[in-house]
Design a protein around this ligand. Structure first.
Ligand SMILES: NC(=O)c1ccc[n+]([C@@H]2O[C@H](COP(=O)([O-])OP(=O)(O)OC[C@H]3O[C@@H](n4cnc5c(N)ncnc54)[C@H](OP(=O)(O)O)[C@@H]3O)[C@@H](O)[C@H]2O)c1
Length: 295
């Protein structure tokens, strides 16, 4: 059945990909962001700075969507560490304010969180594991999860480890950044001790749209079926993109320099629950990589 979906942060990497698939599936989509991007002209656009909390209520009240997806965030971990006040306002306060408005109107709310809520010392993390973030970005997400769960427990909290794929118009895409560096013949260093369970943005978008129409509430991990370290992943992506793997060199995450936030080493999300709840299938690493290099 056709739904009306409002996506905060809808012109970012993940948000715009969800908008693209939702529109293709026949849903009525509104994307909201601070600034309108040219390549996203075919979507209904609503300008909103989510730090202006009163605007959130106005926009949701005007559109009255069936589903609100919140992908808006300070997603840059190092920036969040430096600009703590800004990160807290967007990743925590605004995310909670959106939940409050959704609760008032009983609108399905899907909030985007991260494996960064965990310290990375366990071999894998389940939805029931207690958050213990090692950096400020992870703290903002963990606090938002906790508060959203209190004020509107019917919300859906989607935790992801690393999203691969191409952006529709800019945003935080690792694959686009890698392709750009490879095209410019820059040597790329990738750590062997940072392990993730990446998911391609197409599968993630499908899962999110499915969750929006389901009765599911609570935390759900979305990720690929395999674990991989960043070095191996970057090599495989380079090869899939048609470049030489040896442009990717191994490194170790080591101790962060003062300009960088601490990283959790093992951000592996167990996705058994997604396998039980969703018709959208979580994929093998080969399929995740293949899905990530084209639109
Ligand atoms: N990509 C990943 O690998 C990954 C992994 C784990 C979790 N996540 C989470 O997944 C979600 C989506 O990430 P993404 O990769 O799509 O990030 P992204 O490309 O940086 O998109 C975030 C969007 O939020 C917008 N935004 C920031 N501040 C805003 C404000 N004050 N008002 C309105 N919009 C604002 C940004 O707009 P501007 O660009 O104009 O500031 C941007 O369009 C985030 O919650 C992120 O923390 C992502």
């Amino acid at each position: 059945m056709e739904k009306t979906i409002l996506i905060f942060g809808g012109s970012g990497f993940v948000g715009s990909n969800i908008a693209f698939l939702a529109q293709k599936l026949g849903h009525k989509v509104f994307i909201s962001d601070k600034t309108k991007k040219e390549k996203l002209n075919h979507f209904n656009f609503v300008s909103c700075d989510i730090t202006k909390l009163e605007t959130i209520a106005t926009i949701i009240g005007q559109i009255m969507p069936d589903i609100v997806v919140n992908t808006a965030a300070i997603a840059d971990i190092d920036f969040a560490e430096k600009e703590k006040e800004v990160a807290m306002r967007i990743n925590f306060e605004s995310a909670v304010a959106i939940a409050e408005v959704c609760y008032v109107h009983q609108i399905k709310y899907i909030f985007f969180s991260s494996d960064a809520v965990f310290d990375g010392n366990k071999s894998e993390y389940f939805e029931t594991d207690i958050p213990s973030p090692v950096n400020f970005y992870g703290q903002t997400k963990a606090l938002a999860e906790k508060r959203i769960n209190v004020i509107y427990p019917q919300s859906v909290i989607v935790r992801i480890s690393l999203v691969l794929g191409l952006p529709l118009d800019g945003g935080n895409s690792f694959v686009a950044d890698l392709k750009n560096k490879l095209q410019n013949r820059v040597n790329i260093y990738a750590p062997t001790d940072i392990i993730r369970t990446p998911i391609d943005v197409k599968t993630l978008s499908s899962a999110v749209i499915e969750l929006g129409s389901s009765d599911f509430s609570g935390i759900i991990h979305i990720g690929g079926l395999g674990k991989i370290n960043r070095y191996e992943l970057t090599r495989r992506l380079a090869k899939a993109l048609g470049f030489e793997e040896n442009k990717v060199l191994p490194t170790n995450s080591g101790e962060p320099d003062s300009s960088k936030a601490r990283r959790h080493k093992n951000g592996c999300l167990n996705v058994q629950k997604a396998g039980l709840v969703l018709k959208t299938k979580m994929l093998s690493m080969d399929s995740v990589i293949n899905n990530s290099i084209s639109y």
